[in-house]
Design a binder for this molecule. Structure first.
Ligand code: THU
Length: 136
C-alpha cells in the first residue's frame, strides 16, 4: 500500500477522535476503514453506562460499512489515547480482530497503528490474529 494512502487513513482515523463518546473511560479511539472500492468509513468508540454495551471504534467502522453494502476491505487504521491525545499505538482488541476476520483476508488485509502521520506500523490481519475462531 502506498505511503500516501496510509497517511490519508491516519488523518481520517485522527479526525474521528473528537466524535468518540467516552464519558466513562475518557479514552478516545478513532478508526478509518478502507474498502476495496476506495471508500473510507470512519468509526469511533461509543460507550454505555452498562459498560459491556460499549462498541469499539473498529467495529463501528466495520458495521457502518457492512450496513451500507460493503463487504470487501483493504485496510484499517486505528489511533487512540486518553483524552484524545495520541501518545502510543492502539492495537485492536480481540473482539475487533475476530470481527475483522469475518470479512477480511488474513494475508492481504492491513492493520495500521499510528502515533502520528509519519509514525506508524503496519501488520497483516494474520499477524494480529494468528488463530481466528472458525466454524469447523
Ligand atoms: N476501545 C476501542 O475503541 N477499540 C479497541 O480495540 C479497544 C478499546 C475502546 C473501548 C472503550 O471505549 C475504551 O477504548 C477503553 O477501553
Amino acid at each position: 500500500m502506498q505511503d500516501e494512502t496510509i497517511r490519508m487513513l491516519i488523518r481520517r482515523a485522527m479526525d474521528m477522535l473528537p466524535t468518540a463518546y467516552v464519558p466513562y473511560s475518557h479514552f478516545h479511539v478513532g478508526a478509518a476503514l478502507l474498502t476495496k472500492s476506495g471508500k473510507v468509513y470512519g468509526g469511533c468508540n461509543i460507550e454505555n453506562k452498562s459498560y459491556p454495551a460499549t462498541v469499539c471504534a473498529e467495529r463501528t467502522a466495520v458495521f457502518k460499512a457492512v450496513s451500507e453494502g460493503e463487504r470487501e476491505f483493504q485496510a484499517i487504521c486505528v489511533v487512540g489515547g486518553q483524552d484524545g491525545i495520541v501518545e502510543d499505538y492502539c492495537p485492536p482488541c480481540g473482539i475487533c480482530r475476530q470481527v475483522l476476520s469475518e470479512f477480511c483476508e488474513p494475508d492481504a488485509f492491513l492493520i495500521i497503528l499510528a502515533r502520528a502521520e509519519e509514525d506508524y506500523k503496519v501488520y497483516t490481519l494474520r499477524e494480529m490474529l494468528p488463530h481466528q475462531f472458525d466454524l469447523i
